[in-house]
Design a protein around this ligand. Structure first.
Ligand code: SF4
Ligand code: SF4
Ligand code: SF4
Length: 572
């Protein structure tokens, strides 16, 4: 059978590798590390990655078991597993008539001149007496740089903490390689390093072994083995019988790196799917009786996804020229199309990485309260008193996730878009780095949101009366509703009070009025058209923009003309 890249990859996966890549023989200026010093006619380098189970790290984190990681997660994979594997793949290549130069990890040897050490073994041996065997030859032993080889094969890259990190497995992977003269199809090498120098690993290493300049292997060696007694509770553990020293620090640098990479992946997927802001809260930020623990008892992190509602979508209502776009594109499309896609994709990404991902969206027409109301949907399509369907407290969770701060009118205000934002969540059992809580600085309690409401639905303390809001959100104020006929609400003795936005609603009265507001067709999914256009939010946005506190800037101001209004007299 003809030896092909496809065949090698298929076999490698069958034999237990999780990752395989085939790359070009890269240019290596140091002959002691050059693959061509080993095989001058080398045509390709094949890289294999073996996952290290995260459970081995978890046992170290709990402080009860350290040998498992060292003997299985380091030694067995690098030695026995890689050896059998390399022999099998190497034989396959040689049976096809090509050389297979097997490159397993070299834990205790160093090329001449290398003053670093390997924390994983008790000691390393520098070949200080080695000499080149002939002019033009490198000093033996040639040991290839696994980081460069992994990059050439497109399977990983060297990170700040000295480990090779992989897109899918982060630092939880070990590698071996084959240099060959077989003419194979090559994969794309990595062109960008995966490590972004976030410094999370440096912060996590209590031994101070990682800094901006990289890993101090000698400090790591001391701390890894607890020779610096940084963990006084740990009694000394002997080295394993093969010279591998037990990892007593538990590799918090790797755990921090993994959490960072996972968070980076979550942010990438969210942003590719139109989320503008991503904020993460540890479940510890929530009170113990919060609904998130009923929905997913094993929740460890809450991921908040914030989506801007485009400013241009509000313009039509502000100008009084078009209303359909805000409700369809700013509410219904966001809630039913855009946000579910993003939260599902993030949840699937987490599940592909071995965690639970539970997308959480608003269910606008289901509520626990017996007499509650959601102004955005039809009053008679709401199912009330449905306590069996536990729902998150969206606004509270958004603040805890660091998406923004709470405005006076109980609206989320974000640094970027002010109140022009909607949000949803993903609950997960993955531990992820938290986003810093926002220090409130946007809302100055100016009260403009309250003044702007055409139905006086916002109380002095900022609480919104949902029934009052529903009536005026739907357009009961005739002075701000271009669709209301002059003889609206003919049966009501208080019709002018209602039309002026002065009537005080009870749930019963609100129902009576809402059933008569059919001046504009509703959108899909029970969403009613917003005739107020969320005047409260528009006033707030205008105020924050004029103060210059929003980070997202536009070429022109939101407010460009005097606000328009009809007279109550037109309805007499
Ligand atoms: S934690 Fe950050 S700096 Fe450290 S290795 Fe990972 S990506 Fe690089
Ligand atoms: S309009 Fe003023 S009071 Fe209302 S939320 Fe915005 S900044 Fe706060
Ligand atoms: S402006 Fe509209 S959305 Fe805001 S409180 Fe008033 S009626 Fe409700």
């Amino acid at each position: 059978m003809k030896l092909t890249s496809e065949l090698i990859k298929k076999k490698a996966l069958e034999l237990g590798a999780q990752v395989v890549g085939i790359g070009p023989v890269y240019d290596e200026p140091d002959p002691q590390r050059d693959p061509r010093s080993i095989l001058p006619c080398a045509a390709a380098i094949i890289g294999f990655g073996f996952a290290v189970p995260k459970g081995l790290y978890r046992a170290m984190e709990h402080g009860n078991q350290y040998y498992g990681y060292t003997t299985l997660g380091v030694k067995y994979i690098d030695e026995e597993m890689a050896e059998i594997f390399l022999f099998k793949i190497g034989s396959m290549i040689e049976n096809a008539g090509y050389d297979a130069c097997l490159q397993k990890a070299v834990p205790n040897l160093k090329v001449k001149g290398d003053k670093s050490t390997n924390p994983e073994v008790a000691g390393t041996y520098e070949l200080i007496h080695a000499e080149a065997v002939a002019p033009g030859k490198p000093v033996p032993d040639v040991i290839i740089d696994f980081g460069k080889a992994a990059e050439a094969c497109g399977i990983g890259s060297r990170a700040l903490n000295g480990k090779i990190i992989n897109e899918q497995y982060g630092p939880f992977m070990r590698y071996c390689f084959i240099i060959t003269d077989a003419p194979l199809d090559l994969d794309e090498p990595l062109t960008e390093p995966l490590c972004d120098h976030c410094m999370a690993c440096a912060k996590a290493c209590t031994g101070g072994a990682v800094s901006e300049t990289g890993l101090d292997t000698h400090k790591c060696h001391e701390h890894y083995r607890n020779k610096d007694r940084s963990n006084p509770k740990l009694k000394d553990l002997p080295n394993t019988m093969w010279g591998y020293q037990p990892c007593l620090c538990g590799r918090p640098c790797d755990l921090a790196c993994w959490q960072h990479l996972l968070k980076r992946g979550v942010e990438r997927i969210a942003k590719e799917n139109l989320a503008d802001i991503v904020g993460i809260a540890s479940a510890d930020r929530f009170p113990k009786d919060d609904p998130i623990f009923k929905i997913l008892p094993e929740v460890k992190s809450v991921i908040g996804l914030g989506f801007q509602v485009l400013r241009g979508i509000y313009r039509g209502v502000k100008e009084g020229t078009t209303y359909y776009q805000y409700t369809t594109m700013g509410v219904e499309n966001m809630e039913e199309t855009v946000m579910p896609m993003a939260s599902l994709k993030v949840a699937v990404y987490l599940e592909e990485h071995g965690y639970l991902g539970l997308p959480e969206r608003r269910h606008e027409t289901i509520m626990a309260e017996e007499n509650g109301m959601n102004p955005e949907v039809a009053y008679d399509e709401v199912f009330r008193g449905r306590t069996e369907e536990v729902q998150m407290n969206f606004l509270d969770a958004a603040v805890r996730c660091g998406l923004g701060e709470l405005g006076l009118n109980h609206t989320l205000l974000t640094d970027e878009f002010g109140p022009f934002v909607r949000y949803c969540f993903v609950l997960t059992d993955a531990i992820l780095p938290e986003t810093t809580l926002k220090t409130p600085h946007l809302c100055d309690e100016c009260g403009l949101c309250r003044e702007a409401c055409p139905g006086h639905a916002i109380q002095e303390d900022g609480t919104i009366d949902d029934w009052q809001c529903a009536v005026y959100y739907n357009g009961a104020n005739g002075t701000k509703n271009p669709f209301m006929p002059p003889d609206a609400f003919p049966e009501r003795s208080d019709r002018l009070e209602v039309i002026a936005g002065e009537a005080k609603m009870t749930p019963e009265k609100a129902r009576e009025i809402l059933k008569d507001i059919w001046f504009y067709p509703p959108a899909q999914h029970s969403f009613r058209c917003s005739i107020c256009g969320r005047a409260c939010d528009m006033a707030c946005y205008q105020h924050l923009e004029e103060k210059g506190v929003l980070t997202k800037k536009y070429k022109t101001p939101f407010h460009q003309r005097e606000d328009w209004t009809f007279s109550v007299d037109d309805f007499k």
